[in-house]
Design a protein around this ligand. Structure first.
Ligand code: PMP
Length: 479
């Protein structure tokens, strides 16, 4: 076994990993990366089909991001945001605020206040605490309560876990958590209302949809209003729930739900930790001449403006752990007062506003808003759409869900019955292991294979990713 693999086995405890299984085999030790390719210590190459757990945007070792970090290194790597400002963090806040506030928006809905933190979980903690305090201070609620979606995942810190509803991850800690409410998320493939037949090509035919799931949201809000303690906020991953299994929302769901939230007077917390920075692609049919005006966030694809926007993962191009929670002037104002009023937002982290992360994020945004990236992403979106079609032929592919540059392929025992594999079959894990043997790395979510490659992935590389997936499904479940 490689020396580094031995050290790993001896000391490193991996996230979301059954370590007994991990210790049975030599792990792949990543030594370097370039573009969409990762290389291990033995010189083997792999395509990074999930962008290193949904973080990487433009590929590894991107010359512009590398250079931005190197330039910043010559000045300073980190100084505290507690007490001091910095150039890269201030410039980045301006850019983020602009991207998060489309031009046609009324000033009061602009997200111009940026609170930095370290990762998706902390970005969500910040949104949660701000929304909680705002609801109390604005007199809306003495005991603010939150609504989130079934299958929701918003991170692993205790507040974020409280908003989550994946029993496998969250139930064990229920004693530690505060109570939140949940409402059914649209999961069209397993929709209890829609009667579309599970036939190939027709499996995504949801024309009979009456948005019953939206009515459930409406009912939840109405019931909560009756308690005289209306919801402080609803938390949503817009357009697609990632860790729930890449579950896409039907077009129009988000807009309808946002209207319910608005008319109730509650706030909308958009968790765009996975969906942000172009991941959900382009609105169908709409094309501006200026890539800078293309929506970078999933919410804006449905013309929805949240009150809180949580960003992480791809924010630095996937280079460094840095996150941000954006909000409105109104929320910001609720925390203003005399020093002795103690209305301050007493929250922060040592690395808040880190300069290296900010420099990387600035470079990443510039790339994202360039013509080259715009056209690379359009090609990738189309290539993904085309390549995925071949998977419908497989007996064990039940559903294929694509939103822009992200796809989830749900494996089932038999597509006709939609019967799921039992978790102990480890269907997703087995398929991903077989893909790794073919030089393609991704990580399953239960029985769903997630495909979200870096934006620089070429047509040829994508064809390899999808054919490796198809072959790996066939290899594992041959009759
Ligand atoms: N929100 C969403 C939607 C996520 O997908 C994740 C991570 N997968 C998180 C929050 C938590 O982010 P992090 O792992 O950076 O804490």
């Amino acid at each position: 076994m490689h020396r580094i693999a031995q050290l790993d086995h001896k000391h490193v405890w991996h996230p979301f990993t059954q370590m007994r299984d991990w210790l049975k085999e030599e792990p792949i030790v990543i030594a370097s990366g370039r573009g969409a390719v990762l290389r291990d210590v033995h010189g083997n190459e792999y395509l990074d089909a999930n962008s290193s757990i949904w973080t990487n945007l433009h590929g590894h070792a991107h010359p512009k991001i590398n250079s931005a970090i190197q330039q910043q290194l010559k000045k300073i790597s980190h100084s505290s945001a507690l007490g001091f400002a910095s150039e890269p963090a201030s410039l980045l806040a301006e850019k983020l605020a602009k991207a998060a506030s489309p031009r046609n928006r009324k000033p009061q809905t602009k997200l111009e206040k940026v609170f930095y933190s370290d990762d998706g979980s902390t970005a969500m903690e910040v949104a949660l605490k701000l929304a909680y305090e705002f609801a109390r201070r604005s007199g809306r609620s003495k005991n603010p309560r939150f609504l989130s979606l079934e299958g929701a995942y918003h991170g692993d810190t205790v507040g974020a876990v409280s908003l989550g509803h994946i029993d496998l991850f969250h139930k064990a800690y229920s004693g530690l958590l505060f109570k939140t409410d949940k409402v059914a998320a649209p999961y069209c493939y397993r929709c209890p209302y829609n009667r579309a037949q599970p036939e190939r090509g027709d499996a995504r035919d949801y024309r009979k949809c009456n948005f019953e799931c939206v009515k459930l949201v409406e009912q939840k809000f109405a019931a909560q209003r009756k308690t005289k303690n209306p919801y402080a906020a609803m938390v949503v991953e817009p357009l697609m729930q990632g860790a729930a299994g890449m579950i896409a929302q039907p077009e129009g769901w988000l807009k309808r739900v946002a209207e319910i939230i608005r008319s109730d007077g509650a706030q909308l917390i958009a968790d765009e930790v996975m969906t942000g920075f172009g991941r959900t692609g382009f609105p169908s049919g709409l094309r501006t001449r200026n890539p800078k005006l293309e929506p970078l966030f999933a919410c804006h694809k449905e013309d929805v403006q949240p009150d809180f926007l949580a960003l992480a993962k791809g924010m630095t191009g996937g280079y460094l752990p840095m996150a941000a929670t954006l909000t409105t002037q109104k929320v910001f104002d609720a925390f203003l007062g005399e020093y002795a009023d103690f209305k301050t937002f007493f929250h922060g982290h040592s690395f808040t506003g880190n300069q290296l992360g900010s420099a990387a994020a600035l470079a990443s945004l510039e790339i994202l808003q360039s013509r080259e990236s715009d056209s690379a992403r359009r090609s990738l979106q189309q290539n993904l759409r085309d390549e995925l079609q071949q998977l419908w032929r497989l007996e064990n592919v039940g559903d294929i869900r694509q939103v822009g540059l992200v796809a989830g392929i749900e494996l089932v025992k038999n597509w006709r019955t939609r019967e799921p594999f039992a978790l102990r079959v480890r269907a997703g894990i087995r398929v991903c292991e077989a893909m790794a043997r073919r030089g393609v790395l991704t990580r399953p979510i239960g029985n769903v294979i997630a495909i979200l490659p870096p934006y620089c992935t070429t047509g040829k590389q994508l064809a390899k990713i999808i054919s490796a997936l198809g072959e790996s499904v066939e290899e594992n479940f041959k009759k």
